[in-house]
Design a protein around this ligand. Structure first.
Ligand code: EPU
Length: 423
């Protein structure tokens, strides 16, 4: 069986501009949220990635009319029908769990397969379930492949999340928009994508307040209408290109970013010694890379801390530093599947998944055959390939296409020697 691989001949200097797409982790929640609207929704600024296509096809399984055209999606829920979604599409991505909250909100009932997603170690959804139950739902988990969620009536509730969870915050918000009375989510996630989903729901006529703080309030409303909505830029894609530019850019300008959303990364890159100009008004960053970086320590945290999704992409830069760097992963302690692949490229890196830590020492990388175990590991391997000597071949690139719009094309335009082949 053939599969597409990405090949990179490292050592080129990149120059030019790249424009960032809409945020994947907003889009994958807002697309399911459109089923709450009674009317037509027009979304703009969607990333062109396979996760978007999968979620649109799940909407179609509910007899919703859709028209996906590049960055734009039209959704018409006039003929919506509740249908079970226990299929392999649901399992192919993590964010399909947002269909649970949205369908529960709209129909008070859903039968849905269990979510998949990147293998980052255990990724339970107990906080989502706890929230649905607090709103009045009963959950039947007796099947090993699907879950039945049903409520006679959804009512507002006070829900304290045991840990800060982006997914649980958004999913509970989706289920609560039609609940009777007020729902308060305490210890809510403050990520920009949570705010984006709340803004989208409010554009439909929902009453969500204080998104972006740790106490989020939802006052239930009877109906939601259609709207037109523009998705925010992807801070993780932006951050990935910032790391790419620092690793091998002469002068690279990254357009369509919200500087505040990438602040933790910007500060860390400056600590490394990267030359960065941020233009807040023009929403762009210009980065001039070089080779004399200082070692830094990184600890991933919930927003506004350093994003776990950028822990893997920043790692290749740490090989270029003048001393050892120490990484602590507090969100997914097992998010180190890139480590063995980097070792194959000659990297001096050791990870301990029991403590969620890694030590990264200065290293010169050589091209090798490597496997993208997950989306951000794939981004890390692309950057490693760009700085390595010789040719790197990346297998399992479907993970990369789940989250990065046209990444091979963008890098080629910046001057990288990168191409795809069937292997
Ligand atoms: N957690 C639980 N129980 C729950 C929910 C979460 O124990 O019910 C734990 C998780 O296992 C994890 C922590 O809480 O240790 C945080 O998880 P969170 O729920 O915030 O993660 P998520 O919503 O499943 C989203 C992004 C991830 C990103 C994380 C953290 C989407 C679709 N995914 O996942 O993005 O890493 O938030 O910011 O929004 C990626 O884009 O590559 C990616 C993995």
């Amino acid at each position: 069986m053939t599969q597409e691989v990405i090949k990179i001949r490292g050592g080129q200097t990149l120059n030019g501009e790249v424009t960032i797409s809409g945020a994947k982790n907003s889009a994958v929640a807002i697309i399911p949220a459109t089923l709450l609207a009674q009317g037509q929704v027009k979304l703009d600024g969607l990333p062109q990635i396979s996760d978007v296509e999968t979620l649109v096809s799940l909407l179609e399984d509910l007899n919703i009319k859709t028209n996906l055209d590049g960055k734009r999606l039209d959704v018409d829920t006039t003929d919506i029908q509740n249908a079970p979604l226990p299929n392999n599409k649901v399992e192919s991505l993590r964010a399909s769990y947002y269909m649970m909250g949205a369908m529960l909100g709209r129909f008070k009932k859903c039968v849905i397969g269990l979510p998949g997603g990147c293998p980052l170690g255990p990724r339970p959804i107990d906080q989502h379930i706890k929230g649905f139950k607090a709103l009045g739902a009963e959950i039947d988990e007796s099947s090993e492949t699907s879950m039945k969620i049903e409520a006679k009536e959804l009512h507002g509730a006070n829900i304290f999340l045991d840990m800060v969870s982006v997914g649980a915050t958004i999913n509970i918000m989706l289920a609560a928009v039609h609940a009777k009375g007020q729902t308060i989510i305490e210890n809510a996630a403050k990520e920009p994508e949570v705010v984006d989903v709340a803004n989208f729901l409010n554009s439909l006529g929902a009453d969500v307040k204080d998104a972006g703080t740790s106490t989020l309030k939802i006052n239930g409303v009877e109906t939601l209408h259609g709207s037109e909505y523009q998705i925010i830029p992807d801070r993780i894609e932006a951050g990935t290109y910032m790391c790419i530019a620092a690793a091998c850019g002469k002068e690279v300008t990254i357009n369509n970013i919200v500087p505040k959303h990438v602040e933790a990364l910007t500060v860390k890159l400056k600590e490394l010694g990267v030359d960065i100009d941020i233009n807040d008004d023009a929403e762009k960053a210009t980065i001039r890379g070089h080779k004399d970086y200082k070692n830094v320590d990184i600890k991933t945290l919930v927003y506004p801390g350093f994003a776990t999704d950028l822990q893997q992409p920043i790692t290749p830069l740490l090989f270029m530093a003048d001393g050892p760097s120490f990484v602590t992963e507090t969100i997914y302690p097992a998010r180190f599947k890139h480590v063995d692949e980097l070792k194959n490229m000659g990297a001096d890196i050791e990870a301990d998944m029991s403590t969620g830590t890694a030590t990264i020492k200065p290293s010169s990388l050589q091209g090798a055959d490597v496997y993208a175990s997950d989306l951000r590991a794939g981004a890390c391997l692309i950057i490693a390939g760009l700085i390595a000597e010789g040719v790197t071949t990346i297998y399992k690139v479907k993970h990369i296409y789940r989250g990065y719009t046209d990444i091979v094309k963008h890098l080629k335009e910046l001057g990288a020697d990168i191409w795809t082949e069937q292997a």
